[in-house]
Ligand binder design. Structure first.
Ligand code: ADP
Ligand code: MG
Length: 316
């Protein structure tokens, strides 16, 4: 089917004009691969095109997408060029292999007051730094589900990083999500903001608080995990398609099955465990010190870093 030649973007698909393309993008269907693996019915539902036209678009997207193999050395060079956001602590950066990585989800879990939100604030400031200072020169989308976002902290951290606090605050787009619908929508509809404002970091602080309070009891667990699963996959897909970093915080519970040692376990079960690229466990130590343990990483050994939470932010 020579007709499908030259199909490079979703606008090139039959029956997809600029308006439909915009709708598809807003819903997260921004690549030919995504369309090729969608069902015509879902496409039709969210774009308003007829099922018949949607079938043609999916078929054309399938024709236009081929699987390409990449040599491991090319993967390696691409990985070396991936951006990272400095955490503000040399030790923690080393533990993470350089900082919070783009195209990945970094999760921090720990008890109340362990520093999860502070790290989120610090990354939101540092994402705006020039690249040679450990930033990505981008803006930030911050989803606050617990009402604990504090611009005062951003201001102090920005000053300490030598940035203009007003500009830094202007470049953090905060959504105060009051329920899981708002939380999910804030990510579903993020595509446009990300493109227009050069968002390089998404923070969800915290991922589970609303899910936990809205879906109580065993009966609701299935539905909760299903929604959570699609939410977190959407985060990963934004991270991949826009080369941005995702930082999520997570609550903990005591696992009664752990009799010896630390029973602190992140909530959210296997879905988060599998979806988070890198997991950090944060706990309080003496005074302003916090111990950060790397629990799970695809390429870094387990280990610990000690950081300090100070008035001017996260330090060694
Ligand atoms: P959580 O893990 O619950 O999100 P936070 O990240 O909010 O916890 O950390 C709260 C802790 O951060 C406080 O207990 C305090 O030790 C520290 N902190 C908050 N604000 C300041 C500040 N202005 N100066 C120094 N430390 C601070
Ligand atoms: Mg917090």
């Amino acid at each position: 089917m020579g007709k499908e030649k030259g199909v490079k973007e979703i606008e090139d698909l039959p029956g997809v004009g600029p308006t439909t393309a915009e709708k598809l993008r807003d819903a997260g269907y921004s690549t030919l691969e995504k369309i090729a693996t969608s069902s015509p019915h879902e496409l039709s539902e969210l774009s308003g095109m007829s099922v018949d036209n949607a079938k043609k678009a999916v078929e054309a997207a399938r024709q236009a997408t081929t699987l390409e193999y990449t040599s491991a050395s090319d993967v390696y060079s691409a990985r070396k060029a991936l951006g990272r956001i400095t955490t503000g602590s040399k030790d923690l950066n080393e533990l993470l292999g350089g900082g919070a990585e783009v195209k990945a989800i970094t999760e921090a879990y720990g008890r109340f007051g362990s520093g999860k939100s502070q790290l989120g604030f610090q990354l939101s400031v540092n994402a705006q730094l020039p690249r040679d200072k450990g930033g990505l020169e981008g803006t930030v989308l911050f989803i606050d589900t617990e009402g604990t976002f504090r611009p005062e902290r951003i201001e102090s951290m920005a000053e300490s990083a030598g940035l203009d606090p007003t500009a830094v605050l202007d470049n953090i787009f905060v959504i105060r999500a009051e329920n899981t619908e708002q939380q999910i929508l804030s990510i579903e509809r993020a595509d446009k903001l990300i493109r227009e404002k050069n968002v390089r970091l998404i923070v969800v602080d915290s991922l589970m608080a609303l899910f936990r309070s809205e879906f109580m009891g065993r009966g609701a667990l299935g539905e909760r995990q299903q929604k959570l699963n699609s939410h977190i996959h959407r985060l990963q897909s934004l991270a991949d398609s826009h080369s941005l970093a995702v930082y999520i915080t997570n609550q903990v519970m005591d696992n009664p099955a752990i009799l010896f040692g630390d029973p602190t376990t992140p909530v959210g079960g296997n879905i988060i465990a599998h979806a988070a690229t890198t997991r950090l466990y944060m706990r309080k130590s003496k005074e302003d010190k916090r111990i950060v343990r790397l629990v799970d990483s695809p390429n870094m050994p387990e280990g610990e870093a000690v950081i300090k939470i100070t008035e001017s932010g996260i330090k060694d």
